[in-house]
Ligand binder design. Structure first.
Ligand code: NAD
Ligand code: UDP
Ligand code: UDP
Length: 341
């Protein structure tokens, strides 16, 4: 019941409000690696809702059972604790490959190049063996600190190969290369999404990403930590828009890569202002030294996804942020809500 209510609240009904896909297509067996994480768990909700049989493969490094707990006991749902760096034998129709920590705090602490390379290789080997369609969740980070703005898929990027972020940036670039190799060399059906910064309910509260940091800090009456001068930009996408894009990409005809992101671009100071307006007009800001190799700006050009997938984001930051804030409020304070005291 909770899951159904939450989905309704977050506007995550059937695709585009049309007939649920489950009613007009065969039931698929779908693997979601990283399905216990932030994005993965929302994707799993949608796949289950449309009537597919879903296997989550996750080692719970940054994800948690809580995110998928509402499906435990459902015969269409299976949860496997497994590190994708190890081979895996399954019989499936589609593989959404998300397994990889996405926050700089996590991947700098535990460099994840091997997860990106060996994990992706294993899932491609699996796709090849069983003839499954494979979707890679790559990232806007493949553009590095971009010299082209906004970023178009044809831009090759500006990445430091030996920096603190390289395990992620170069890892995803290699994952894209492997994906195209298996497509060209072994005729695996593949799809590549380049995801831009995404936020929403179930984000890790303390994973260090900017939206989760600012929201948690403002709720806890701590100062919001702005790194550097706060003039760097990002474009923030609400998670249900991303999930819609991923499913359209998987079901569509095109390999990609496709940028999936919201073109609304904000400086970190502007983001802090939106958080103030949403949570607490008196929330303070504190400046901190910026991290190494931090990209100065980022904004997707989504012309390709609009034209070929018929997709574009629907939820602006000002509309999406309150949905995340109510989830964070519940998780931080439980039933006790200081704002209503
Ligand atoms: P997340 O950290 O919440 O989820 C990642 C999941 O993968 C977690 O459940 C984690 O436990 C699992 N995982 C990590 N290493 C694993 C391994 N070796 N074996 C099995 N499972 C493993 O992150 P997210 O934000 O949900 O990101 C999902 C995917 O989307 C990632 O591939 C990420 O690179 C990509 N992406 C996300 C964003 C974003 O802003 N959220 C932006 C660009 C790309
Ligand atoms: N693999 C896997 N599950 C499968 C098939 C393959 O995990 O169902 C792994 C396999 O262990 C290998 C990788 O995927 O490490 C690549 O497999 P592929 O068959 O393409 O390459 P090869 O084993 O011939 O090097
Ligand atoms: N950032 C910030 N305060 C924080 C966390 C991050 O100002 O508490 C900045 C960070 O320097 C970067 C931007 O916010 O410029 C986005 O950082 P995040 O880690 O969320 O995503 P990514 O850098 O991977 O896009």
């Amino acid at each position: 019941w909770y899951a159904a209510m939450e989905q309704r609240r977050m506007g995550m009904g059937s695709v585009g409000g049309k007939v649920p896909l489950g009613l007009r297509r065969k039931r698929l067996r779908v693997v979601v690696t990283g399905g216990a994480g932030f994005v993965g768990s929302h994707l799993v909700d949608r796949l289950i809702e449309r009537g597919d049989s879903v296997i989550v493969v996750d080692n719970f490094f940054t994800g948690s059972k809580e995110n998928v707990m509402h499906h435990l006991g459902n015969p269409s749902f299976e949860l496997i604790r497994h590190d994708v760096v190890e081979p895996l034998l399954l019989e499936v129709d589609q593989i959404y490959h998300l397994a990889c920590p996405a926050s700089p705090v996590h991947y700098k602490f535990n460099p994840i190049y091997k997860t990106n390379v060996v994990g992706t290789l294993n899932m491609l080997g699996l796709a090849k063996r069983v003839g499954a369609r494979f979707l890679l969740t790559s990232t806007s980070e493949v553009y590095g600190d971009p010299l082209q703005h906004p970023q178009v898929e044809t831009y090759w990027g500006n990445v430091n190969p030996i920096g603190v972020r390289s395990c992620y940036d170069e890892g995803k670039r290699t994952a894209e290369t492997l994906t195209m190799d298996y497509h060209r060399g072994a005729q695996v059906e593949v799809r590549i999404a380049r995801i831009f910064n995404t936020y929403g309910p179930r984000m890790c509260i303390d994973d260090g990403r900017v939206v989760s940091n600012f929201v948690a800090q403002a709720l806890r009456k701590e100062a919001m930590t702005v790194y550097g001068d706060g003039k760097q930009t990002r474009s923030f996408q609400y998670v249900s828009d991303l999930v819609e894009g991923l499913m359209r990409l998987m079901e569509g005809e095109h390999v990609g890569p496709f940028n999936l992101g919201n073109p609304g671009e904000f400086t970190m100071l502007e983001l802090a202002k939106v958080v103030q307006d949403t949570i607490d007009p008196n929330a303070r800001i504190e400046f901190r030294q910026n991290t190494e190799d931090d990209p100065h700006k980022r904004k997707p050009d989504i012309t390709r996804a609009k034209e070929l997938l018929g997709w574009e984001p629907k939820i602006s930051l000002r509309k999406g942020l309150p949905l995340m804030v109510s989830d964070f409020r519940k998780r931080i304070f439980g039933d006790h809500n200081p704002s209503t005291d």
